[in-house]
Design a protein around this ligand. Sequence first.
Ligand SMILES: [Zn+2]
Length: 88
Amino acid sequence: MNPANPATEWNQMSLATALMEHKGSAKGPRCTLCVILDDLPKEDKAALVAAMSDQSFTGAAISRALKSQHHTISGSVVMRHRKGECQK
Ligand SMILES: [Zn+2]
């Protein structure tokens, strides 16, 4: 630490921290839908999995249903999960 120039020190620390966080891993934050699936009781989970594989449910419809159950998720996250592009 250099108290004479805390701003520079902070920037160096931030970069070092950021580099460590990305070291050996390309993973971002977990997919919200995966997190919700982990938390749901068995029957709700089965219903959600069934809806996800049913193309007559849009991502927006699934996100609205989840929001009505107090889960915060956007339609685009649902679609990303559906395409298998999420971070499991
Ligand atoms: Zn997912």
